[in-house]
Design a protein around this ligand. Structure first.
Ligand code: CMC
Length: 376
C-alpha cells in the first residue's frame, strides 16, 4: 500500500523477459523469427525447420534437420491408453478442451516428465510438436465416429495432419498452404499463451504442465479463439452488401469485431497479408471472401486511424474453411503451430530462470476488525 509501483493494466508495454526468438515491429507491421522476416520463412522454409530453428535459436544444419524430421515422424503416434481416452471423450467436447486435457494426460506416459534437466525438456518439446496434430485429428475423427487414420511417416508435418484428418492425401498445394499457415503461427513474442506457459515453467513445474497452460490460454476468443468466431461472423453477415450495417451496428454497440486489433500491431499484421492471398486463391474470390474483404474495408475506414487492422485470425479461418476443415478446429490448428513457440520460449527462459511473481495493487482497506458470522 505504501510502496509505489508502475502499473499497466494487462501488462501492456511491460517487458516480461528477454528473447532472441521473435520480434514484432508493431508500428510498421513487421514480424521476425530469429531476425529473419516472416515473409522469407513463409517463402523458403517449412514448419519443421521453423520449429527446430526456434528450439535451437539458430538456423539448423542439414544433418540436424534430418534427425529432427526423423524424431518428429517417429513420435507422432499416441500411447494406446491415450487413444482409448480420446475415443471415450464426449463428442461435443470442444476440440481445444480435448487437446488441453490430452496434453496434460500425456505426462503420465512420458518418463522424461520426471526429469528436470533441459535435455529431457527438449525431448518432450519434440514429442509435443510431433503429437499435437495427431491429438487433434484423432479427436476429430473419433467424435464423428470415423476410423482413426494413423500417421503416415512418408508425409511432412502439414501434409500428414491433413491426411490424418481427412483420410486422403492432400494435394501438394493444399499441403503447402497448411505448412505456411503453421509457419505463420509458430511464434509471436510475449503473447498471452506463451507468457502463461513461461509463468508455469518458471515455478520449475514440468513441460507438460506449461504447455497445457499454453493451450488453455490460447483457447480464449481474445487470443487464438478469435479465428473460429471470425468465420461465424462472416456466415452471419452472409454477403458483402450486409457488411456495412452489420459492422456499424456492432461498433455502435461498442462490440469487438473478431479478427481485428492487436496489442502490439498498430499496422496491418504481415501474417494476415500472406493468408489473405491464400484465402483469395483457395476461395476463388467467393462471396464469402468478398464479404471478408468488405468487412476489412469498413473496419479500416472506421478504425484504421486508431491502429486497428486485420490480425492473423481474420483470414486464417477462410483458408482452413476452403481446405474443408471444421470451424472448431481452427484454434487447435493455431496450437499445432504455436506449440513450437511455447516450448522454445520455455527452454530459452529456463536457461536463466527466475520465478514470475508480479505484484497486485491492493485497493482494499487495512486493519479492519473481524466480525463473527452471527453479527454480520
Ligand atoms: N473491434 C473493435 N474495436 C476494437 C477492437 C476490435 N476488434 N480491438 C480493439 N478495439 C478498440 C477498443 O474498443 C478500444 O477502444 P477505446 O479506446 O475507444 O476504448 C481500443 O481499440 C483499444 O483496445 P484494447 O482492448 O485496449 O486493446 P488490447 O490491446 O487490450 O486488446 C485485442 C487487443 C486483440 C484483445 C483486441 O484488439 C481484441 O479484442 N480484438 C478482437 C479479438 C481478436 O481478434 N483477437 C485475436 C488477436 S491476434 C491473434 C492472437 O493473439 O491470438
Amino acid at each position: 500500500m505504501t510502496e509505489k509501483y508502475p502499473f499497466s493494466k494487462g501488462l501492456a508495454g511491460v517487458p516480461a523477459a528477454e528473447t532472441v526468438l521473435s520480434f514484432i515491429n508493431g508500428q510498421e507491421g513487421k514480424l521476425y523469427y530469429l531476425g529473419i522476416p516472416i515473409e522469407e520463412w513463409a517463402e523458403h522454409s517449412t514448419f519443421e525447420e521453423v520449429a527446430l530453428a526456434l528450439l535451437l535459436r539458430r538456423l539448423p544444419k542439414k544433418d540436424e534437420m534430418k534427425m529432427f524430421n526423423a524424431a518428429l515422424r517417429s513420435a507422432r503416434e499416441l500411447p494406446p491408453e491415450v487413444i482409448d481416452f480420446i475415443l471415450d471423450l464426449p463428442p461435443d467436447t470442444h476440440p481445444m478442451a480435448a487437446l488441453r486435457t490430452v496434453v496434460s494426460l500425456l505426462e503420465a506416459y512420458d518418463y522424461d516428465a520426471k526429469l528436470e534437466d533441459l535435455e529431457a525438456k527438449f525431448r518432450i518439446s519434440v514429442r509435443l510438436i510431433a503429437k499435437f496434430p495427431t491429438i487433434v485429428a484423432y479427436f476429430d475423427r473419433a467424435r464423428k465416429g470415423l476410423e482413426l487414420i494413423p500417421p503416415d511417416p512418408t508425409l511432412g508435418h502439414a501434409a500428414n495432419f491433413l491426411y490424418m484428418l481427412k483420410g486422403e492425401r492432400p494435394s501438394d498445394y493444399e499441403a503447402r498452404v497448411m505448412d505456411i499457415a503453421l509457419i505463420l503461427h509458430a511464434d509471436h513474442g510475449m503473447n498471452a499463451s506463451t507468457f502463461t506457459a513461461m509463468v508455469i515453467a518458471s515455478t520449475l513445474s514440468d513441460m507438460y504442465s506449461a504447455i497445457t497452460g499454453g493451450v488453455a490460454a490460447l483457447k480464449g476468443p481474445l487470443h487464438g479463439g478469435a479465428n473460429e468466431r471470425v468465420l461465424k461472423m462472416l456466415k452471419e453477415i452472409g454477403s458483402p452488401e450486409n457488411a456495412e450495417k452489420y459492422i456499424l451496428d456492432k461498433l455502435a454497440k461498442k462490440e469487438r469485431i473478431m479478427g481485428f486489433g492487436h496489442r502490439v500491431y498498430k499496422a496491418y499484421d504481415p501474417r494476415a497479408r500472406i493468408l489473405k492471398k491464400f484465402a483469395e486463391e483457395l476461395t476463388k474470390r467467393s462471396e464469402f471472401y468478398q464479404t471478408a474483404v468488405k468487412v476489412e474495408e469498413i473496419m479500416i475506414r472506421e478504425k484504421g486511424a486508431k491502429g486497428i487492422f486485420p490480425n492473423v485470425d481474420f483470414y486464417s479461418g477462410l483458408v482452413y474453411n476452403a481446405l474443408g476443415i471444421d470451424t472448431d478446429l481452427f484454434t487447435p490448428i493455431f496450437a499445432i503451430a504455436r506449440v513450437a513457440g511455447w516450448t522454445a520460449h520455455v527452454l530459452e527462459y529456463l536457461e536463466d530462470n527466475r520465478i514470475f511473481r508480479p505484484r497486485a495493487i491492493y485497493k482494499g482497506e487495512i486493519d479492519k476488525k473481524y466480525i463473527p458470522i452471527d453479527e454480520r
